[in-house]
Design a protein around this ligand. Structure first.
Ligand code: PEP
Ligand code: MN
Length: 346
């Protein structure tokens, strides 16, 4: 997968019928940026009793179709050894390990053992929780069985606040993954982050600005009629337009290097000041702890906390900062302050 940027994976959430598959692959074959077609064959569903994918039958349709599109590679999700055996038997060039599978090391082990010795591209989606080590662990299990073309896929995280998305992108997590695994290509799956069509273009541009290596986008010939993830799929034409308007940044550009260096130094100085202020603030929290103990007051004072938060939000607004962002920071600071106070009480 290394080389071309952005590496483009696109296709339906699920293969629904031979006709739907034929229609979408035909259309995608006319989008020159597309390298690989994604097609869900086995679908992990939250609730039972709904469409769970066409299974082996879908693989048969894909295998038939592949002969007419030699320039395209195909991939599907695998969650069990049996899925891997079938995917390989029907000539899939790639597989992806879904979010729910990455979360379970037993399943990752089963899937990767079944992949041992194959040359397919293996895409590892992050688990629903923002645990970078769980993500890396799945990548390591792929490497351990000798897989060479391993790629991470960022599909967002299911956290307390999803920020208006189906899964919060928490960009700091894939950024940390890049820091820990600089050679590992990372794709962005804006479809499962967004959960709806509207934010997809902006998410894709953000991913490119952050230096992601490629994309996995859900594309359906008639999104509103899709059996799964109808709200977040786009048409092949919409994909085409999106890719044409995309500005791809080069990560290793030397342009403006001197200027960047100066600005980074400025950031370093400001960060140092921020940390000093934080340390001073926690010092005051320690003093407060003593006073509360003398007065026999509870460490956590909900009314004071509510007022503080409202005030900080107002100040943030005056300073041109996003109040939600500032609130999140203060939630973290407050949690630490409570922790310090509890520790001092012993
Ligand atoms: C999918 O790609 O269709 C899918 C089920 O994704 P995830 O594992 O990221 O939820
Ligand atoms: Mn989907």
């Amino acid at each position: 997968m290394k080389g071309k940027k952005p590496y483009m994976v696109a296709g339906p959430c699920s293969v629904e019928s031979r006709e739907q598959l034929g229609e979408v692959v035909h259309a995608l074959s006319r989008v020159p940026q597309v390298d690989m077609v994604r097609c869900g064959v086995w679908k992990p569903r939250t609730h039972p009793g709904v469409f769970e994918g066409r299974g082996e039958e879908a693989l048969r349709w894909i295998a038939e179709l592949k002969e007419n599109f030699p320039q395209l590679r195909f991939c599907c999700e695998v969650a069990r050894a049996e899925h891997v055996e079938l995917a390989l038997r029907y000539g899939m060039e790639g597989v992806w390990i879904g979010a729910r599978t990455t979360a379970n090391p037993f399943m990752v082990k089963e899937v990767t053992e079944a992949l041992r010795g194959s040359r397919v591209t293996v895409m590892v989606k992050n688990a629903p929780s923002p645990d970078v080590q769980l993500w890396i662990g799945a990548v390591e299990r792929c490497r351990q069985v000798g897989l060479e073309d391993v790629v991470a896929v960022h599909r967002g995280f299911d956290v307390f606040r999803n920020g208006g998305y189906r899964n919060n992108p928490l960009w700091e997590v894939p950024i940390e993954l890049r820091r820990l695994e600089p050679e590992l290509p990372i794709l962005c799956d804006p479809s499962h982050i967004a959960g709806r069509r509207e934010p997809i273009a902006a998410l894709v541009q953000t991913a490119m600005n952050l230096g992601f290596d490629g994309l996995m986008v859900e594309v359906h010939p008639h999104p509103d009629e899709a059996y799964t993830d109808a709200g977040q799929q786009i048409t092949p034409d919409e994909l085409s337009r999106l890719l044409e308007s995309l500005v791809v940044k080069q990560t290793d550009s030397t342009v403006a290097d001197g200027q960047l260096q100066r600005l980074r130094e400025e950031i370093d100085v400001l960060d140092g000041q921020l940390l000093q202020v934080l340390a001073a603030r926690l010092g005051v929290a320690g003093e407060i702890a003593k006073v509360k103990e003398r007065g026999n007051l509870a460490v956590y004072q909900p009314k004071r906390w509510e007022q503080l938060l409202q005030q900080r939000r107002l100040t943030a607004k005056e300073l041109g900062l996003a109040p939600d962002f500032v609130e999140e920071i203060f939630e973290k600071i407050h949690a630490e302050s409570v922790r310090v106070q509890l520790e001092l009480r012993g």
